[in-house]
Design a protein around this ligand. Sequence first.
Ligand code: FES
Length: 152
Amino acid sequence: MDEKVEKIIEQYQGKPGMVISVLEKVQEDYGYLPQEILKQVSEKLNVPLAQLFSMATFYSAFSLTPRGKHIVYTCLGTACHVRGGARILKGLSHQLGIKPGDTTEDRQFTLETVRCIGCCSLAPVVKVGDDVYGYNTADKMRSILDNYKEQE
Ligand code: FES
């Protein structure tokens, strides 16, 4: 068994909500829930693999595929759509070379779309991780993402 997984399980052994806590920690450490790791968790905790998969697909915080370090959420809600949200998405998709739902090969960025993140007055809005950017243009987004790349 993967030593890292063993440590995660030890950390939460016997605690309430242990299975979710273990999955959360695996997601945090690996950036997603690798199938091989889920198998190990299933065996060690004696929880059916199917149950882990259904938890993994039910909770939006979990992903079964690798995710980028930065999740880029492009808002396509009504206010953002009217103010060019689709154009922003097209620009981001072009800049990152991926489609919505995909992750860049270097695992730096995952591109997602959302329906309103509650700051319509700033439309069109893009959220990178927890940072919200408003009044966007394709050029502005290009330099914002460049800044994230430079932080590496
Ligand atoms: S529609 Fe985009 S923030 Fe509300």
